[in-house]
Design a protein around this ligand. Structure first.
Ligand code: NAD
Length: 307
């Protein structure tokens, strides 16, 4: 019988469906126990992970019977996809299944940060009444610059347009689309930096995108934009971002992803409650609804693959 190993959380109903077809071992904490994982992986034909399990060369070499890896989410930077290609191991992301959740996060954090909600909250909770000292604004007619215009980038544009934002997009790997058709103006990076009031990142972490947003990029941002990163932590240089905020080059930031997760002390020690910022523990794509969609999709793809 086909054997499937699941090392991170999955929706219970989807798990039940998989259990009806295959022999499944499920331990949502297994990603933490690298020794056990390395020891048992050889017994499995399929592996299902989120982003915590490091499916690196070492694990893959031990998993000599693996034929299929399901990724409960998108972003394949925790999987050695080159080696998988070489060994003909099929890697299946849940593309699009959490795009609505991420798009809602981007629009809601844009609104919160433009309205300085974290600062108003902090002042009010301390017994101050910062009604006139902190200046708030509307997102309507503001420019949102999207870097990476794939599945999530496009969904963010759709949500942003519905909320009255104007959208710019940068993606060097897309064929040129008709700006008018999608109400989005294709721009280069300099235009995005110069014209955006909000900049949101939706690209994969690769050698090319690591540290893409750095000291130099912040120095080119003319409108003191808000930065929103739901893609991968290392794409934005975190120390440069805090410095840019402290130098008033940007007016706020929402970070859902970090270079090291959980967040490293070097970073959180630089954050204080007075700042116009939102920090979340890699949850923008994880909602009740998206968990069901993502889990159902990967279970369906696993069954299809082995059938
Ligand atoms: P996708 O593959 O559909 O789109 C990524 C886009 O980025 C592609 O169109 C690609 O051409 C573009 N791109 C690649 N290199 C680029 C570069 N140097 N500059 C500009 N654009 C570039 O992926 P997606 O489903 O839209 O997801 C995007 C990323 O979001 C994922 O890679 C993942 O890291 C992240 N993500 C995070 C969460 C979360 O919970 N925080 C959830 C889902 C996805």
């Amino acid at each position: 019988m086909i054997k499937i190993l699941i090392t991170e959380f999955i929706n219970q109903n989807s798990l039940d469906n998989l259990n009806n077809k295959f022999e499944v071992k499920y331990n949502e904490k297994l990603w933490e126990n690298i020794d056990e994982l390395n020891h048992i992986i050889v017994d499995y034909d399929g592996l299902i992970v989120r982003n915590k399990t490091q499916v690196n060369l070492n694990l893959l070499k031990k998993g000599s019977n693996l034929k299929f890896i399901g990724r409960l989410g998108v972003g394949l930077d925790n999987i050695d996809t080159k080696y998988c290609n070489l060994k003909n191991i099929h890697v299946q992301p849940a593309s699009g299944m959490n795009a609505d959740s991420v798009a809602e996060y981007v629009v809601s954090s844009s609104m919160s940060l433009i309205k300085k909600i974290p600062m108003f909250h902090n002042g009010t909770a301390k017994g101050e009444w910062p009604r006139t000292t902190i200046k708030s604004a509307e997102i309507k007619q503001k420019y949102l610059g999207i870097i990476g215009f794939g599945t999530i980038g496009k969904k963010v544009a759709e949500y942003a347009l519905k909320n009255g934002l104007k959208v710019l997009a940068y993606d060097p790997y897309l064929p040129v689309l008709n700006d008018n058709e999608i109400n989005t103006k294709f721009s280069n990076l300099t235009e995005i930096y110069e014209q955006s009031d909000i900049i949101s990142l939706h690209l994969p972490l690769t050698e090319e995108t690591k540290n893409l947003i750095n000291k130099l990029s912040f120095s080119q941002m003319k409108k003191k934009p808000i930065i929103i990163n739901t893609s991968r932590g290392s794409i934005v240089n975190e120390i440069d971002l805090i410095n840019a905020y402290n130098k008033n080059l940007i007016s706020g930031f929402a970070l859902d992803v970090f270079e090291t997760e959980p967040i490293k002390s070097e970073l959180y020690k630089k954050i204080n409650p007075e700042m116009n910022c939102i920090l979340t523990p890699h949850i923008s794509g994880v909602t009740t609804e998206s968990n069901i969609r993502v889990s159902d999709f990967i279970v369906k793809k696993t069954i299809e693959y082995f059938n």
